[in-house]
Design a protein around this ligand. Structure first.
Ligand code: ADP
Ligand code: MG
Length: 682
């Protein structure tokens, strides 16, 4: 059903829905809430977490005061809980509440406790009688991701309408599967993910939908694998002694882990099947050099190869470093850089060089998979930071050549058992060791009062010849969130740090040329402090940078923080990560402490998992990584394993999905391969 056929949705609303990717009624019911507003049991003031919404059961213990500040009327009152702890409450422009708030009256007050001028206060709390609150306790209101103009109420009302007018969906999962894996019925799941009557129901609903998500994905992966398995190696690439020579001339010795993986890559490229390999290794474990060796062997064998990375900044950096490495070793190889911002003239030259085969190695961004680019005879494609690309982009890249070898690299720490499931279409190599010259990064979590000391520390490091990253929240987000943006923050740093220190900034809205220029100067140590958004999150490598200070660290997921921190500790000097957080929330503190305690991506992922618990529906997601709609491969690992088993059963019994019982699955899978698959980044 089209959106505009739903009562209450006009053209304007339809456009707003389109903005969040909702085009049909089906999209709409699959637009799941990202959280629920729940009414938890009231807590006492000692137990009340700052910054979170809490409910306090308390008695009014003071007279109401009404203050006029300019055109604002501020009403305040004090409350006292069972422990005789007190708290000030305030309301703006609601003088009529006065009658409701008499000394001795008992209510539940719901809101956020914040610090204002050094004192705790709850602003604009909602007021409930005990009886009213009792009723609310069981309600869960869906909270949707919104865009400007689209309200939560609009989404929730529209979803309700769809359920009213639309009939039941057929459940495509055979009943025996539902029974075996303890899954709820599809219509039940859809309704209860939006409007659950109990936490229990939402858990059931969620489990079913997560299963579906994993199941579809695994079925699709399975299909890919089938195609690849029959691929006979048409690009046999033998190791070249000049590559061995190149390795000998590197300024460092390969770690044992790198050597092992390099052997695996070499073996793949001469074997009778095409290589399809994932290299997994924590940030800084040295994955790039493995890619470089593979590219080199290819070039020396007279074949063309290409490497795709997710950002312009990274593309430029990889290009520069490879050009330099080869020049240092006296290797004469034609390398071409191709990104979105490459000038028209240069692009034309690049296309020609690529299609004629003159370009031996091509480095670039998504620009590499555009239709216009015709390769000569691609024998190897590499994707770096592949979790930033959709599965389909990865495949499109592969299809640019004639059955080329495929190598993908990722820093996402996934336990091997899960990796085997998720990357069913790939063989897996793990770089499980950091170069020996590394000192563990020293971490701390501090609040704003530490700033003066942080500034002095940064000055000391710069005096010692090192460089510093400062991470700010996104410029794009700053209109909604009280966050310092990059430009203001750079000014603050200029004022706070000793004069003469070069400070520059970088953010997503800047022109690529500008970004590359800044990054280039930072790499050359001409800039000492780089103030940046998360645009430098992935891949960037400036080993001379030894400090990263992350503002408002609590806003990021742990995985993302770990990636950011990975920008330092890439050389032999001692490095530091300063996480700044003023949050009083216990949860935030716990999360940041995990990071402060460890530099090991696997450990962090597993601790994070413990904190969030299985099927955590409200928790912070591992932002940017392995983003399924609802599912989380860490906390939902058990569901993932079930889905894998179900997928195997289907494939073993009915590989072509011809059985009438499996028609529903076939339809869903076809639709998925056409649409949902490509959005997924793994
Ligand atoms: P990542 O795995 O995060 O992509 P990189 O490949 O960018 O890491 O490597 C990080 C840094 O470590 C680079 O400066 C690289 O030159 C250096 N490096 C790689 N391998 C070694 C090694 N075996 N010994 C010392 N330094 C190394
Ligand atoms: Mg890298």
């Amino acid at each position: 059903m089209e959106l505009r056929d739903i009562k209450g949705i006009g053209e304007k609303t339809e456009q707003l829905f389109n903005k969040v990717g909702v085009y049909t009624s089906e999209d709409l019911v699959n637009y799941y809430p990202r959280a629920y507003d729940t009414f938890a049991m009231p807590v006492t003031l000692v137990d009340a977490d700052m910054d979170d919404i809490v409910s306090i059961d308390a008695v009014i213990c003071s007279n109401v005061t009404l203050e006029k500040v300019r055109n604002l009327q501020i009403l305040s009152v004090y409350i006292k809980d069972v422990n005789h702890d007190t708290l000030r409450l305030t309301w703006y422009n609601m003088p009529f509440l006065k009658n409701k708030l008499r000394i001795g009256m008992r209510y539940i007050f719901r809101g956020r406790i914040i610090y204002k001028r050094g004192a705790k206060v709850m602003e604009q709390p909602s007021i409930y009688t005990l009886a009213e609150y009792e009723l609310k306790l069981h309600e869960m209101q869906p909270v949707y991701a919104l865009t400007k103009g689209l309200t939560n109420n609009m989404v929730s009302k529209s979803v309700k309408k769809v359920f009213e007018v639309q009939g039941m969906y057929e459940d495509y999962l055979p009943a025996d599967f539902r029974e075996k894996y303890n899954l709820s019925e599809y219509n039940f799941a859809l309704k209860n993910i939006h409007f659950p009557l109990s936490t229990d129901n939402v858990i059931k609903a969620r489990k079913r939908l997560v299963f579906d998500e994993f199941f579809r994905f695994l079925m699709a992966i399975r299909k890919l694998r089938e195609v690849k398995e029959v691929s006979i190696n048409e690009h046999v690439i033998c190791n070249d002694t000049r590559t061995d020579e190149f390795i000998k001339n590197l300024p460092f010795e390969l770690t044992k882990a790198q050597q092992k993986v390099w052997e695996e890559i070499k073996r793949d490229m001469v074997s009778d099947k095409t290589m399809n390999r994932l290299i997994q290794g924590d940030v800084g474990s040295g994955k790039t050099i493995l890619a470089v060796l593979a590219l080199l062997n290819c070039a020396l064998a007279g074949k063309q190869s290409a490497m795709m990375v997710p950002t312009e900044v990274l593309a430029k950096q990889q290009y520069d470093s490879i050009v330099k490495m080869f020049a240092d070793s006296g290797l004469d190889i034609e390398i071409v850089l191709l990104t979105g911002s490459t000038s028209r003239k240069d692009k034309k030259a690049a296309y020609e060089s690529i299609s004629s085969g003159k370009a031996q190695i091509i480095i670039g961004t998504h620009a590499l998979i555009q239709e216009k680019v015709e390769y000569n005879d691609l024998a190897l494609v590499i994707t770096d930071e592949q979790h930033r690309f959709g599965v389909n982009q990865r495949n499109t890249f592969g299809e640019k050549g004639h059955k080329p070898h495929v190598l993908v690299m990722s820093a996402t720490p996934i336990p091997r058992t899960l990796a085997i499931i998720i990357y069913g279409d790939l063989d897996i190599s793990i770089v499980d060791e950091l170069p020996a010259n590394r000192l563990p990064i020293k971490n701390c979590v501090v609040d704003e009062s530490y700033m003066p000391r942080a500034y002095r520390f940064i000055e000391d490091e710069i005096r010692a010849g090192h460089q510093v990253y400062v991470i700010c929240p996104m410029v794009e987000e700053s209109e909604n969130i009280e966050a310092k943006n990059v430009i203001d923050y750079s000014e603050e740093l200029r004022a706070g740090l000793a004069p003469g220190i070069t400070i520059e900034y970088l953010h997503g809205k800047m022109k690529n040329e500008q970004k590359n220029d800044i990054m280039g100067r930072f790499a050359k140590n001409e800039i000492k402090v780089l103030v940046s958004t998360t645009v430098i999150e992935v891949g960037v490598n400036v080993p001379n940078a030894t400090v990263i200070m992350i503002e408002d660290a609590g806003r990021f997921g742990l995985a993302q923080l770990h990636q950011l921190r990975g920008r330092v500790g890439r050389g032999s000097a001692q490095s530091y990560c300063i996480m700044v957080s003023n949050s009083k929330s216990k949860k935030t503190k716990e999360r940041l402490n995990i990071l402060a305690k460890s530099n090991d991506g696997f450990y962090i992922a597993s601790e994070d998992l413990k904190l969030r618990g299985p099927g955590d529906i409200f928790g912070i997601r591992q932002s940017g990584l392995l983003q399924f709609e609802l599912g989380d491969i860490y906390t939902d690992a058990e569901i993932l394993k079930d889905a894998k088993e179900a997928c195997d059963i289907i494939y073993n019994n009915d590989p072509e999905l011809q059985n009438i019982k499996n028609q529903g699955i076939k339809n869903i899978l076809d639709k998925y391969l056409e649409k949902g698959f490509e959005k997924l980044c793994l």
